[in-house]
Design a protein around this ligand. Structure first.
Ligand code: MG
Length: 366
């Protein structure tokens, strides 16, 4: 497949409400979209790097620079996704940038031959159950109202962002208000240390599905130590950037669950490797989110339909984040999202909407 050119497009997407985590508050999403053009088809990829390097070392300006300066020039003249992945591998890190580029190549490749991403990855479901991630709120009453609103929309699992000072009390309040049957989990985004183990053990009383990334990204050994001191299952997010990391974490007993984000691990091919590895070891998976537009969401929903994804993901409806998505919106149907069935990622941006939110376009001829 000959790549004739690549478009880097920046868009600005206001969020419907500020999203607060232990590392910061977001009010808008600055997104880098990649469009790969070939004679047979075009393909789209969404870079999930954020404006600032707070979730991970990557940030959106840096991802654009890595693409234009190193990654795009390294692509072979004739490239499928596997060849693209091999060509990008020598460059250290920059997994979110690589993932966006590789996904755009893969999307073009699959569109050219009329195959859906879900079928290509090995999906076994035609719809996936959806959870919702709820940011840190100003007060417990505000939190309870927010949870109630999402449950009314049909979300079947609630995830609360936590940090020191906002952990046991909000979890207790949600558990007491909505009962023991509510599938409930928490995400600390690396806000604690192993010294907090006795405090984190207080969450064991609330029968959580999991606690996500309680300790720092590079604390895989400490996560294994924490796993011996609390009964709530540990799920890793930020720590897992590759199948090798997943293998190490599983071997050490650092997690029993992995949140898979294709951008964080360098793309859907690596995400599938992690899937196969985790499934072989009985480690449960679910698909996380990075406040994606419909472009990234479509591909995530395809991944979440693989058989190892046994827990509801953060693959929420478009309107959880955006009043107007750049694709036809993903909508909840009985707590589920339908897996796109069209060729490639199965969705396209709506041109007028895309133009409205575009802040810059850069065309790179090959
Ligand atoms: Mg997380």
């Amino acid at each position: 497949m000959k790549i004739t050119g690549i478009e880097l497009r920046r868009i600005a997407m206001p969020l419907v409400a500020p999203f607060r985590t232990s590392f910061g508050t977001e009010t808008a999403r600055d997104v880098l979209l990649v469009r790969v053009v070939t004679p047979e088809a075009e393909g789209w990829g969404e870079c999930v790097a954020m404006s600032e390097p707070l979730y991970s070392p990557e940030y959106v300006d840096g991802a654009a620079e890595a693409m234009r300066r190193f990654l795009i020039p390294a692509l072979p003249d004739q490239a499928d996704a596997q060849a693209a992945g091999r060509a990008l591998a020598p460059f250290k890190g920059h997994r979110m940038a690589k993932a966006a580029l590789e996904t755009a190549v893969l999307d073009a490749q699959l569109r050219a031959r009329g195959e859906s991403l879900a079928a290509y990855l090995g999906a076994v479901a035609d719809r996936v159950p959806c959870g919702v991630s709820i940011g840190i709120m100003g007060s417990i009453p505000e939190l309870l109202d927010t949870v109630e609103g999402y449950l009314a929309q049909g979300y079947i699992r609630i995830k609360l962002k936590i940090q020191p000072g906002w952990d046991v009390a909000p979890v207790r309040a949600v558990r007491e208000r909505f009962g023991p049957e509510l599938p409930l989990q928490v995400d600390a985004n690396a806000a604690y240390t192993l010294a907090d183990a006795p405090h984190l053990a207080r969450l064991d009383a609330f029968d959580l599905l999991l606690i996500e990334q309680p300790l720092a990204d590079d604390d895989i050994v400490q996560h294994a130590a924490l796993a011996r001191r609390i009964t709530t299952p540990i799920c890793l997010d930020e720590s897992i950037e590759s199948a090798e990391h997943a293998a190490a974490a599983i071997t050490l007993g650092a997690c029993s669950i992995i949140n898979v984000k294709p951008g964080r691990v360098g793309g859907y091919l690596e995400a599938r490797r992690i899937h196969d590895l985790a499934r072989a070891h009985g480690v449960a998976l679910w698909c996380g989110g990075m406040l994606e537009t419909g472009i990234g969401r479509a591909a995530n929903v395809a991944l979440a339909a693989l058989p190892g994804f046994t827990l509801p993901g953060d693959t929420s409806a478009s309107r959880r984040y955006f009043a107007t998505d750049i694709t036809p919106p993903f909508e909840l149907n009985d707590g589920h999202l339908d897996v796109p069935t069209g060729p490639g990622i199965g969705v396209d941006p709506v041109p007028d909407i895309l133009d409205e939110v575009t802040t810059s376009v850069e065309w790179i001829t090959r």
